[in-house]
Ligand binder design. Structure first.
Ligand SMILES: NC(=O)C1=CN([C@@H]2O[C@H](COP(=O)(O)OP(=O)(O)OC[C@H]3O[C@@H](n4cnc5c(N)ncnc54)[C@H](OP(=O)(O)O)[C@@H]3O)[C@@H](O)[C@H]2O)[C@@H](O)CC1
Ligand SMILES: Nc1ncnc2c1ncn2[C@@H]1O[C@H](COP(=O)(O)OP(=O)(O)O)[C@@H](O)[C@H]1O
Ligand SMILES: [K+]
Length: 516
């Protein structure tokens, strides 16, 4: 599913109105009617309900007046509060405001202190609040009177239906500067906006519905929309069908270079993630002293002992062995648990520079690349990098806060600069490509915020590449399957689930998507 930024949505509306001749008032009518249809499914019979519509001066408020008209026609009790003066409302919104004025609906301008008591009483006795204060036109921090209104809406404990986007949420980034409406439902118009999927905006949106407002499909397909939302059907189309006559050699050879003294689990979980994602033959190369324990732990995985430093990390002397292993493999996953010794870091850089198979680079291997990202642009296949926000901060020199403030922008910029696929992990993982294409993941849960789940993701993505997926498709499918496996595992209890639980749930997640 595509997601449109505020600017793209404005452009789509402009083309619909100016080039296709669809009056803006028709789009607004369709928007308002779509919200009323949604209210019918939530609160029928509407004739027995009381609605409080909180409208702004822009077109989002205009949608609110259309909603007010249709609700009143259905016999509902409707009160409209306008954050500003009627005289300040223009265009299609004004047209619809004038109509409900003529219908005799109660429209109260919030222009002086005395009105606030009235707002409070109405909000308290309403069955449902409609947030039509601001949509894609919202900018920056909400004004004081908008904050006061948002606080009242959020404190009411009523169903809140946001029109297009909860007021206060940045449509592009999901950022909330100050306060935002906490909606129980959001009916977004035309196309979804990225900010409805990115936190904290995603949390403000509640249950999301995308409403068709009659924009010709050709306008949308004619736009270069680079934001995608990852959904199950998209992944179902990507995952390969396994031939009934398949043999293990057809499902790929995968090498994992991971682990150091005290961090053998990271290596094990990476290999196990790949195994559960369906890779055919997996070789786990780890410091020699870990080989025995890993061989016992991972029955189905081949192990390869590597030269190690006195501290038990992979030594520089292992470089040719690893490069040789990579050239005999369809994909190499490198990084989890390698540790932070400078010798190991130099080895990682040498391997990344020389390996000729696709790479999935994670954890300590990413830290080894901080200051050396130019190596990535020379890789023979687009490497997949899977940083969490801390690793991303180290790689980019930004603070973690700055990374999380605009995850799409940061991931996209890094992918472009490094000529790599960047999987910026965290709640709502973002996958970015050098051409600016971005995918936002929708699966997963907070139970995954536990050690080892990232290692599993590295294994899953590499496991999909081993089975023949392009690095592009494997990154997109990998994050979705990983999150879905987390959701499957969380069904038995979210808090306390482990990375191992998630890994075991990977086949069930893939079965859920593909049916086998
Ligand atoms: N034809 C179309 O295009 C269609 C558009 N449609 C709908 O229009 C919406 C976009 O409408 P839009 O562009 O008029 O902006 P909108 O979201 O109403 O916001 C402007 C209002 O917000 C206010 N405001 C902003 N920032 C603020 C702040 N920090 N703090 C406080 N206030 C702030 C701003 O106040 P002002 O700056 O004027 O004082 C003004 O009142 C879109 O989301 C969809 O719902 C549909 O009907 C389909 C057809
Ligand atoms: N709140 C959350 N919602 C969804 N996914 C999450 C959440 N927290 C963490 N994750 C996922 O869990 C994984 C954690 O990876 P990472 O931080 O590298 O952990 P580790 O290094 O312990 O393996 C990432 O894939 C991330 O997207
Ligand atoms: K709104």
């Amino acid at each position: 599913m595509k997601a449109a930024t505020a600017a793209v949505m404005r452009e789509i509306d402009r083309i619909a109105i100016n080039e296709y001749g669809i009056p803006g008032a028709v789009l607004m009518e369709n928007a308002g009617v779509a919200v009323v249809r949604h209210l019918e499914t939530m609160l029928a019979p509407l004739s027995e309900r009381k609605f409080c519509i909180l409208a702004g001066k822009g077109n989002n408020g205009g949608d609110g007046y259309v909603i007010a008209r249709h609700l009143a026609n259905q016999g509902a009790k409707v009160k409209v509060f306008l954050l500003g003066e009627k005289a300040a409302v223009g265009g299609d919104a004004r047209l619809n405001l004038d109509i409900i004025d003529l219908m005799g609906l109660d429209i109260i301008e919030i222009t002086h202190e005395r009105v606030w008591d009235k707002v409070k009483v109405t909000v308290t006795f309403a069955d449902c609040l409609i947030d039509a204060l601001a949509g894609t036109g919202f900018r920056g921090e909400p004004s004081d009177d908008m904050v006061q209104l948002i606080d009242m809406i959020n404190a009411a404990g009523k169903p809140v239906v946001a029109v297009d986007i909860p007021s206060g949420v940045d449509a592009d980034t999901g950022r909330v500067y100050g306060k935002a409406v906490q909606a129980s439902h959001t009916v977004t118009l035309g196309l979804p906006k990225p900010g409805l999927f990115l936190y904290p905006g995603a949390e403000c949106a509640g249950q999301l519905t995308v409403a068709d407002i009659g924009i010709p499909a050709a306008i949308v397909t004619g736009q270069e929309i680079k934001q995608n939302i990852i959904m199950a059907d998209m992944i179902g189309a990507i995952l390969p069908r396994r031939s009934p006559a398949a043999h293990k050699g057809e499902n790929g050879r995968l090498a994992v270079v991971a682990g150091s003294r005290g961090l053998s689990g990271a290596a094990a979980m990476t290999a196990a993630g790949a195994l559960r994602a369906g890779a055919g033959l997996i070789t786990l190369a780890a410091p020699a002293s870990l080989q025995a324990v890993l061989a016992v732990k991972l029955t189905e995985v081949m192990t390869r002992p590597l030269a190690e430093t006195s501290a038990g990390a992979v030594a520089q002397a292992a470089v040719q062995e690893i490069i040789g292993l990579a050239s005999a493999s369809d994909v190499l996953a490198i990084g989890p648990g390698l540790g932070c010794e400078e010798e190991t870091r130099a080895l990682v850089r040498a391997v990344v520079a020389a390996a000729c198979c696709p790479l999935v680079i994670d954890a300590d291997a990413l830290n080894a690349l901080a200051g050396y990202t130019s190596i990535l642009t020379d890789c023979s296949a687009l490497p997949v990098l899977t940083p969490h926000p801390g690793e991303m901060a180290r790689l980019t020199g930004l603070s973690i806060q700055a990374v999380n403030a605009d995850r799409v922008k940061v991931a996209r910029q890094a992918a472009g600069e490094w000529g790599s696929i960047v999987v910026l992990k965290g709640a709502r993982t973002v996958v970015a490509f050098p051409d600016g294409e971005v995918y936002i993941n929708t699966s997963g849960n907070a139970g995954m915020a536990t050690g080892g789940t990232g290692d599993a993701l590295t294994g899953i993505i590499a496991g999909l590449i081993a089975q023949g997926l392009s690095s592009h498709d494997a990154a997109v499918a990998g994050v979705y399957i990983h999150g879905l496996a987390g959701d499957v595992a969380a069904a038995a209890g979210m808090v306390g689930m482990t990375a191992t639980d998630l890994i075991k749930a990977v086949p069930a997640a893939m079965y859920g998507i593909k049916g086998y």
